[in-house]
Design a protein around this ligand. Structure first.
Ligand SMILES: [Zn+2]
Ligand SMILES: [Zn+2]
Length: 344
């Protein structure tokens, strides 16, 4: 029997899950963002302006889904906006309800830039959730956001000057950026390390590649880099959010993962032409294939998937994930697959 890791049914839709517009400090209007991204084959954009949750339902139609979302920064200093030398937590909140326009964790005193407030209701601006730079405080904020129907991502750890001590204790995180076009081009490339670290701690988190773009359409230098391919049964808000929540997607800065399934312990991978395909696990087990134009591969994971009770007890959360690297060095990352996926 085949177990499909990316669902067999449905279609892939290309998404940029991190974007700033003229509502905060970006250069394109939301309508221009839709136009520019659709021209390049995207069907989904999450509008994650700084601090202000503003829905863009008017942009959603049969060819496009605008995800209602926003980005929160918790800086060491109390000053909103400029924080060049300090560590910061940046997280995105993605609403499962497209109409969501009041965030229970909004903080009026941190609203930045101020004009973003023009797009919010008085009721939304009346919320004042306490904000301070600590893991405990952030965990309380994330728990409240989760309870109110938001998926939460942890953004660009490298640019944020953060490391293991800052993220290991985070709870309730759904996705982590390993690729952020804006940060990468500014000299702060992220890696899969924080994701593997969190997975090793038994936290199921998904890898995200995003743009975090701020540029104008005449010089879109931080656009069209990192993206997520969502496999959903249709291009509808609810179906897209459901697919994201379940991990029915992969993230990439170039290569495509076309099919992933397990059959009798054999992993089948179909990709766009690749130079390297790796299967990475929580144990010191790793498979790596190199070649030219690799497109169809199989990996025998049966020994890894069926382990003794003794070994199992020592393992926190067994998982495997797939990395595809193309000839230019760009990668695609699958979500991690756990025992939930492959069963006993
Ligand atoms: Zn950020
Ligand atoms: Zn951002």
């Amino acid at each position: 029997m085949k177990t499909y890791l990316l669902p067999k049914e449905g279609q892939f839709y290309k998404a940029n899950l991190h974007m700033h517009t003229t509502i905060s400090d970006g250069q394109m209007t939301p309508a221009e963002v839709k136009e520019e991204y659709m021209k390049r084959g995207y069907s989904i954009v999450a509008f994650t302006d700084h601090e202000a949750l503003v829905p863009h339902e008017e942009l959603t139609d049969e060819h496009f889904v605008a995800i209602t979302s926003y980005e929160i920064a918790t800086n060491r200093g109390a000053v909103p906006g400029g924080f060049p030398f300090e560590q910061t937590y940046h997280i995105n909140l993605y609403a499962k309800d497209p109409k969501k326009n009041i965030s229970p964790v909004f903080t009026m005193s941190r609203l930045w830039p101020a004009h973003a407030g023009n797009y919010m209701s008085d009721e939304a601006k009346a919320v004042e959730w306490p904000r301070e730079y600590s893991t405990d405080s952030l965990n309380a904020l994330i728990a409240r956001a989760n309870e109110d129907g938001f998926l939460v991502s942890y953004n660009h750890p490298n640019w944020s000057l953060q490391n293991y001590a800052d993220y290991a204790r985070l709870q309730g995180i759904w996705g982590v950026e390993y690729y952020n076009t804006g940060c990468m081009r500014a000299g702060y490339p992220d890696t899969m390390q924080p994701i593997d670290d969190l997975l090793h701690l038994g936290k199921r988190v998904f890898p995200l590649a995003t743009d975090d773009a701020h540029a104008g359409k005449d010089n879109p230098h931080d656009c069209f880099g990192g993206f997520v391919m969502v496999k959903a049964e249709g291009l509808e808000y609810g179906k897209v959010m459901d697919a994201l929540e379940k991990g029915n997607f992969y993230a990439s800065s170039g290569p495509e993962i076309k099919e992933l399934y397990l059959e009798d312990g054999i992993l089948h991978v179909t990709t766009s032409p690749a130079a390297k395909v790796e299967v990475i696990t929580e144990r010191r087990a790793r498979w790596c294939r190199r070649g030219e134009n690799l497109t169809e591969l199989t990996f025998d994971l049966s020994g890894y998937l069926r382990t003794s009770r003794e070994v199992k007890e020592k393992r926190c959360m067994p998982y495997f994930r797939i990395t595809v690297t193309d000839a230019r060095g760009e990668t695609a990352q699958s979500c991690p697959y756990t025992e939930e996926t492959w069963g006993e």
